[in-house]
Design a protein around this ligand. Structure first.
Ligand code: ATP
Ligand code: MG
Length: 571
């Protein structure tokens, strides 16, 4: 089978990385593609990680290769078991499987240490007595070469002895490091005798107290790739300058394979953030309800909001993979989501801001079960019954006492169609004597229009949704909007307070909503289109039988594009 033929539907067009992989297979350089997704277990995965997951797993899948899941757990201080488990859950949810290829950088601690001893023996690494801070200060900068460490000329035996004692715990944290002996005047700062090991007397979530020296990412990562026989080590652009060091570590010793590092541009998305540190700040300051707040770009947040893995994969296919830094539109992600939800979600009726309607000429004792179509484009989804009686709820917004031009919905004397039901005409308005607000609409119905059509050909200009007041289930509904303004998160300064950037309209909670009775059986995570209101899912955390909570996943159309057009700022 050709590579093309294997491509999953959401793989998107080819890209430069897929071209490289295909050329390597064709030339026989590799018999099989082996990639890896290497998260550090210090936070939850976000949509940026999804881009990397789709690329790494997708590339392997399309070419009959394998993709490893490797936890880059070299920093004992910030890492937790909780993150490891959530990452596995999220990768699976996205639809990918590492099978038995689950690895931890910490499993290589012994092997990495042996490799380091080998470099010391070759005179390619030395123990440096300078503090970690001093090493940093002596690195120089782009205009100034670094200062060589006084320990650089240390003999092999002394280095071996000191490294052994570092490992044995004889020295305090940060007092010594093991450094690669490369070039303190290299124009590439990463090559200026980088630190390979630092002392950190902290227990590790997998190796416990066994180690008090831990390898640096730049050292552990290329060798972990080499140990696993990774063919293409795909990472984001910030690692481009690290590539010479990546290659140096692999070439300096007896590494079992030679992976190739390839960089691509990370995903940036309008109106949201990808930095784990900033996301953590939102959580810790209570600006959002947690990592799974439905406004968060985390996979748990998106999942709780009602996103489907298919929509996220389609989005990753649509944005493609390049080397040009860019900012993708949230609107594109939402479009991918609508495409998917439109196809799969059954339609139901729910009233978000209800106002009561009494049908004066409808008998008090009668309840009719009317047929409603579950999906207009997919007859296989069938029909359901919705109860209709004398008392209903409709959207308060679907009524205007004094309708402006082009408002075709309910108004005094105006007739509209109730979806799947009858034509009704507003014949009176009852107001709250205290507030003067509309408390109830009095209507009449035309029994000849059952099902929503008129035998005399009489036309109405609007169809509105409704629920039976006697049968509807109460619900709380949360409407979401962009988490952050401005659109470009690049404009948010580092380290500053995020509060001024949080969109105050990002969450609106509506209590007292009413949904059609079929929703009483809803299960957490179930999704629907609420007719005319958008796509919604039952919240997996706050919803209980008898106290339903729905999240609006996305509106039916991109209201932002519309607003921008009206204001003349859009395309
Ligand atoms: P931090 O926020 O701490 O810098 P990170 O986002 O790099 O962390 P890792 O756990 O190291 O998080 O990331 C795992 C993999 O996901 C890496 O290969 C990284 O390049 C990739 N990745 C992270 N963020 C993005 C992004 N926005 N777009 C594409 N890939 C990303
Ligand atoms: Mg990282």
């Amino acid at each position: 089978m050709t590579a093309q033929a294997r491509k999953p539907a959401d793989a998107g067009p080819g890209d430069f990385i897929r071209d490289i992989a295909e050329a390597d297979l064709k030339s026989g350089r590799h018999a099989r593609i082996v990639t890896r997704f290497p998260p550090e277990p210090n936070g939850y995965l976000h949509i940026g990680h999804a881009k990397s997951i789709c690329l790494n797993f997708g590339l392997a899948l399309e070419h009959g290769g394998v993709c490893h899941l490797r936890f880059d757990d070299t920093n004992p201080v910030t890492e937790e078991v909780e993150y490891v488990e959530s990452i596995m859950e999220d990768v699976r949810w996205l639809g990918f499987d590492w099978n038995d290829k689950l690895f931890y950088a910490s499993d290589y601690f012994e092997r990495l240490h042996d490799y380091a001893v080998g470099l010391v023996k070759q005179g390619k690494a030395y123990v440096c007595d300078l503090s970690v801070e001093k090493v940093r200060r002596d690195r120089g900068d782009f205009n100034r070469p670094g200062k060589e460490s006084p320990c650089r000329g240390r003999g092999v035996d002394e280095n071996l002895d000191l490294l052994h004692r570092m490992r044995a715990g004889e020295f305090p944290d940060g007092s010594r490091t093991l450094r690669a002996k490369i070039d303190m005047s290299s124009p590439n700062m990463n090559m200026r005798d980088p630190v390979m090991y630092r002392i950190k007397k902290a227990p590790h979530h997998r190796t416990g107290d066994k180690w008090c020296i831990y390898p640096m990412y730049d050292y552990a990562h290329p060798l972990s790739d080499a140990f696993e026989g990774i063919t293409h080590s795909i990472c984001t652009l910030e690692f481009e300058d690290h590539r010479p060091l990546y290659d140096w570590f692999i070439d300096a010793g007896p590494a079992p394979s030679k992976p190739r590092q390839i960089e691509f541009a990370r995903l940036n998305l309008t109106h949201t953030l990808m930095s784990k540190r900033k996301l953590l700040e939102l959580v810790e300051r209570g600006l959002v309800s947690g990592w799974d707040d439905p406004r968060m770009p985390t996979l748990r947040g998106l999942r709780r909001r009602g996103y489907t893995p298919e929509a996220i994969r389609a989005f990753c296919g649509r944005i493609g993979v390049t080397k040009c830094p860019s900012l993708s539109e949230m609107a594109l992600l939402e479009d991918c989501l609508r495409d998917d939800l439109n196809r799969r979600c059954p339609r139901v009726m729910a009233v978000l801001k209800p106002v009561k309607v009494v049908i004066e000429n409808y008998p008090e004792a009668v309840v009719e079960e009317l047929d409603a179509v579950n999906h207009p484009e997919d007859p296989s989804q069938g029909t359901r019954k919705v109860p209709f009686c004398r008392e209903l709820y409709v959207e308060a917004d679907d009524f205007r006492e004094d309708p402006p031009p082009k408002f075709f919905r309910l108004a005094p004397g105006r007739e509209v169609r109730l979806r799947y039901a009858y034509y009704v005409k507003c014949v009176g308005v009852v107001k709250d004597p205290k507030t003067g607000e509309v408390a109830e609409l009095r209507c009449t119905y035309d029994p000849a229009t059952r099902g929503g059509g008129s035998p005399d050909g009489r036309k109405v200009k609007a169809t509105i949704h409704w629920v039976s007041a006697r049968h509807a289930v109460p619900a709380t509904i949360r409407l979401y909007d962009h988490m952050l303004n401005p659109a470009d998160p690049g404009g948010i300064p580092e380290g500053g307070d995020l509060r001024p950037y949080l969109n105050p309209a990002s969450l609106e909670t509506l209590a007292g909503c009413r949904a059609e009775p079929s929703l009483a059986q809803a299960k957490p995570g179930d999704r629907w289109q609420f007719e005319r209101q958008g796509y919604f899912c039952l919240d997996s955390k706050d919803s209980r039988p008898g106290s339903l909570h729905f999240n609006r996943t996305v509106t039916l159309r991109d209201t932002w594009a519309k607003i921008e057009k009206v204001q003349g700022t859009g395309p």
